[in-house]
Design a protein around this ligand. Structure first.
Ligand SMILES: [Zn+2]
Length: 114
């Protein structure tokens, strides 16, 4: 795994300063969404082998949430952006609604076969 992570706010920092939350793709359903939408949001995740976007918190530094795009097989980090910027980018995509949205994926290459 990469031992250094570049926080957009603090610069290059050791990975031990970060806490990984998981997949950044799922979009929180609207409060009035059906049970199935909430069930999928809370419990269903893809087991990606390859590039994926994850939420990481710089818990030992600025405490900001980041979206780190990394390869889950090689652990190579490809991109790091502030989570607020990532959310704005996702919301600006055409046809994107919180209640009906499917999880956004960083990349589709290298997925594990079921
Ligand atoms: Zn930071």
């Amino acid at each position: 795994m990469a031992s250094l992570i570049t926080c957009p706010h603090c610069g290059v920092r050791p990975k031990e300063e970060f806490t990984i939350r998981g997949d950044a793709g799922p979009v929180r359903p609207a409060p009035e969404a059906k049970f199935a939408a909430w069930d999928a949001y809370v419990h269903s995740r893809d087991n990606v082998r390859g590039r994926m976007a994850e939420h990481w918190q710089h818990s030992g530094g600025c405490r900001r949430w980041l979206v780190v795009e990394r390869d889950t097989f090689t652990h190579e980090v490809h991109a790091i952006v502030d989570a607020a910027e990532f959310a704005r980018t996702q919301a600006a995509k055409p046809g994107r609604k919180a209640a009906a949205a499917k999880p956004a994926k960083a990349a589709s290459k290298g997925r594990a076969k079921p």
